[in-house]
Design a binder for this molecule. Sequence first.
Ligand code: PEP
Length: 257
Amino acid sequence: MTRRPYIVGNWKMHGTRAMLSEARAIDRAAQRHMKVEVALAPPYTLIHPIHREAEQIAVGAQDCHHADGGAHTGDISAAMIADAGATFVILGHSERRQDHAESDALVRSKAEAAFAAGLRVIMCCGESLATRESGGAARFVRAQLAASLPPVDAMPAELADRLCIAYEPIWAIGTGIAATTEDIAAMHAEIRALLIELLGPEHGPEVRILYGGSVKPDNAAAIFAVPEVGGALVGGASLTADSFMGIALAASDPLES
Ligand code: PEP
């Protein structure tokens, strides 16, 4: 990994104010692992409380609407989450694509809104088990990602800081069965080649590619050793400071621990 490893916790629909103590513990621990960039995406209701207290970790959202505002009951805009203290947003997560029928085009318009609001975007992609078993995983992920990203001239100039890709095979999310290091290496190489095609030789090699799907403290070091893995998007194991920071530790200099 050439840039600082980026370890992002996705709390999904977990967390009331009772979880603020866990966020505090993560923030305190992150101060001891400065070689790793640690971030949390809690539910919307906890973005501002965590932002107010955090000294080290970044806080982000798990989604945003594509419009700036208007008659969209129950939705929240990119500018609103930025106003609450978010500095990034996760977009195109498979649970949103499945539960809310989000298309690639919708995800792309959300990315445009998020960039316009000054946010960093973590763009998710990943294939289903059926697609993998049919041998079409690489083709599917390339097409999904190409259709979900705005054209390069519609994205910010400082792309390496503002865009991050998360490869999350759907069959590995929340199942306890992470992809093999061979599968991760092959897909991250595909994604890197696509990024160079789409973003050009200046930005394509720089944008970080995270792996997500059943990352735990005991498999993290092997995953972080895979070429082109720039960090992890972590669901279940980000809910406690112990397991989340166990993953961050695996990404940091062992001498720091
Ligand atoms: C996720 O949903 O982004 C995720 C990676 O979940 P888990 O770590 O629980 O597999």
